[in-house]
Structure formats: C-alpha cells, structure tokens
Design a protein around this ligand. Structure first.
Ligand code: SF4
Length: 123
C-alpha cells in the first residue's frame, strides 16, 4: 500500500512508475521497449513545464497503444498509472501544461524565458 497526500505530485508519480517499467522492459517487443521510453519522455516534459496539450493527447494515445499491443503483463500494465492519474487527477496535468505550475510543489518547472517555441529554438 502506498499512502500519498497533497504533497505528492501525481504526474511525478506516473513518471516514477513509467521509469520503473522502462528499466524493467526486456526489450522483446517494440510497443513496450519504445513506448515506455516515449511515455517517460512525455511525462518528463510535463513535469518540467515544457509540454503542450498535444503532448498530453499523444501520451494518452501511446498509453492505449502500448496496453493493447504489448506481449506480456509488464507492457500491458505499464500505462495503468498514466490512465489512473489522468482519470482522477487530470487537473494536475493541466496545471503543469497550461499554468506551468506543480500544485504539489514537487516538480522543477523550467523558467518561462527558458522555454522557446520549437521554431525559434531551431534557428
Ligand atoms: S511487454 Fe513483456 S515481452 Fe514485451 S518488451 Fe515488455 S517485458 Fe518484454
């Protein structure tokens, strides 16, 4: 049993479990091997205040694909923390994305001036 309170960031929790699944993936099938890494990357972007609503939609699509197409229970279950936290704590995800705030004060959000649009950053 894991007990959490208002001082726990649920996006950070999802990232923690995805990091575990990424590390434990045996690599046999692509959905799990690549999908867990991609989902971890998206969760990391959210916790750093760098994600957009499109990233969130991509995370949800990817989580569904990984669940449906992974060969064993590890990959099939890897997206569960994403689904659970999105179901019950979607507002925390949106606070990171829209307001660039971690309600629990856990995540280190990048300063706004450090976040350049992709087009500008590539010049
Ligand atoms: S789902 Fe299972 S078989 Fe596929 S890479 Fe993950 S751990 Fe390996």
């Amino acid at each position: 049993m894991i007990v959490m309170d208002q001082g726990t960031c649920m996006v950070d929790v999802a990232k923690f479990f995805m990091d575990f699944c990424r590390e434990e993936s045996c690599g046999k099938c692509v959905p799990c091997r690549v999908g867990t890494t991609q989902m971890h990357g998206l969760l990391d972007r959210i916790t750093r205040g760098l994600a957009s609503r499109e990233d969130l939609a991509e995370l949800e699509d990817l989580a569904g694909m990984v669940r449906e197409t992974s060969l064993c229970g590890l990959g099939q279950g890897a997206p569960n923390p994403v689904f659970s936290t999105l179901r019950y704590f979607r507002d925390e995800y949106l606070a990171h994305i829209d307001d660039r705030v971690c309600p629990a004060g856990v995540c280190k959000i990048e300063p706004a001036e450090a976040v350049a649009p992709v087009a500008e950053a590539s010049r």
